[in-house]
Design a protein around this ligand. Structure first.
Ligand SMILES: *Cc1c(COP(=O)(O)O)cnc(C)c1O
Length: 418
């Protein structure tokens, strides 16, 4: 991995703030129009009020460092403890469960994998044990990133026909060295929720750690369930769930960076922390991977969760689900176009198996949309937030036009790079 950077001179003299801000504003002009709903992932929008309280709370703690929450900024320690307290309740965590705020889903997952690895090593009394992770094919690449960092083996297992995790296929991949099973709520590629109750039973039967990756859906799925959507109980109410990750900066609608990771017991959480006592400055102990952490992310999450509350998130979920249903109906009204799996929330993947979906994506790009892509099966992908609500008609019209232009060829590939 390398990128050639054009050589520049390091600026000799400072420049005026106004000129710099103008220059940055001009640089931004070429960016994709996320406010206009043209970007199918990366940013998640609710209402203007939610964005404002998140931004204002973030700015109130713009300079504070959450690394110093214990010694200098006790307000942040309190805010984080309250965020974790509130969210443990949301995920039916039992007495004794615990959690941490992190900078994002990847960090939450790396920490959960580390905790599972250390838990397995401690139980075996083998500090060098090399375990394996059994994942459905759709699990997020962050698990492979974690496995790469910790030299663990990854076993990606084929899905059921529904594109959900297949517990029987996962069971067949488990052996004596398996230290972690994963289910997603929902998976990124198809937006479908894995059968967590069955995976929980599997985990108990084999006495293996189950991590629920609710990074994208953790702050959406509970409210969708309350609204009557057919989503399985996916949280700690399942006795086999050892840990769970949920990103506040996705459908929690909190400013980046903010995620949460939770553990059933203190013993499960024990392997997450870092504690070094040989440093000249003294003992260095952190609960997460990073050192310096923006205080703004913690304060903003505290404020957004309280601003919305259960009612606010439920109202947003209702709008999001109605919007997603209307997109699905509109897409499936285009001849040949069908969903890949039945989406449980507002993450959708779809295509026409008889059409060159790469050409459809190019047609959408020409019409000003950043196309989200899926490679298997070849199609388009969107993680839709309320930013996508006002542009539905336009999107569907452009999709129909792009599909009508694209060559009718079966089996054409799309080249997706994330
Ligand atoms: C986004 C996502 C992640 C990774 O989260 P980041 O915040 O991008 O690091 C992990 N799992 C799933 C299912 C996700 O959608």
């Amino acid at each position: 991995m390398s990128q050639a950077f054009p050589r520049q001179t390091f600026p000799r003299h400072g420049q005026a703030p106004a000129a710099l801000l103008d220059a940055l504003t001009a640089m931004k002009e070429g960016d994709a129009d996320w406010r206009g709903g043209r970007v199918p992932l990366y940013v998640f929008g609710a209402t203007r009020e939610v964005a404002e309280i998140g931004r204002d709370a973030f700015n109130l703690f713009f300079t504070e460092n959450a690394l110093g929450a214990k010694r200098a900024f006790t307000s942040l320690a309190r805010a984080e403890a309250e965020v974790i307290g509130m969210t443990l309740a949301l995920f039916s965590a039992p007495e004794g469960a615990t959690g941490t705020m992190t900078s994002g889903g990847t960090e939450s997952i790396v920490l959960a994998v580390q905790a599972a690895r250390n838990f397995a090593r401690a139980r075996r009394g083998d500090a060098a044990h090399r375990g394996n992770l059994v994942l459905p094919e759709t699990a997020h690449p962050a698990f492979d990133k974690a496995a790469g960092l910790m030299d663990l083996e990854v076993r990606r297992v084929p899905l059921a026909a529904s594109l959900r995790a297949d517990p029987a296929a996962m069971e067949a991949a488990i052996d004596a060295d398996t230290i972690l099973l994963v289910g997603s709520v929902p998976c990124f590629p198809y937006g479908v929720v894995d059968p967590i109750p069955e995976l929980s039973e599997l985990a108990l039967r084999h006495d293996v750690w189950l991590h629920v990756d609710a990074c994208v859906g953790g702050y959406f799925a509970p409210f969708a369930r309350d609204l009557g959507r057919d989503i399985p109980v996916f949280d700690f109410a399942n006795p086999g769930v050892a840990s769970l990750s949920a990103d506040l900066h996705k459908f929690g609608f909190c400013p980046k960076p903010a995620s949460t990771v939770f553990y059933r017991t203190a013993a499960h959480a024990a392997g997450q922390g870092f504690d070094l006592d040989v440093w000249p400055n003294g003992r260095f102990a952190t609960s997460t991977l990073v050192g310096t952490r923006p205080g703004g992310g913690v304060a903003a999450a505290w404020a957004v969760l309280r601003f919305l509350g259960h009612d606010g998130y439920t109202r947003l979920a209702e709008r999001l689900l109605a919007m997603a249903d209307a997109y699905v109906a509109g897409i499936e009204a285009i001849p040949g176009m069908r969903m890949f799996g039945r989406p449980d929330l507002s993450i959708i993947a779809f295509g026409d198996p008889g059409r060159d979906m790469g050409a459809v994506a190019e047609g959408m790009a020409r019409r000003g949309w950043v196309p989200g892509l899926v490679r298997r099966p070849a199609g388009l992908h969107m993680m839709m937030s309320l930013l996508h609500e006002p542009v539905r008609e336009r999107y569907l019209a452009d999709l129909a036009a792009s599909a009508a232009e694209a060559p009718a060829v079966a089996g054409a590939a799309v080249n997706a790079v994330y």
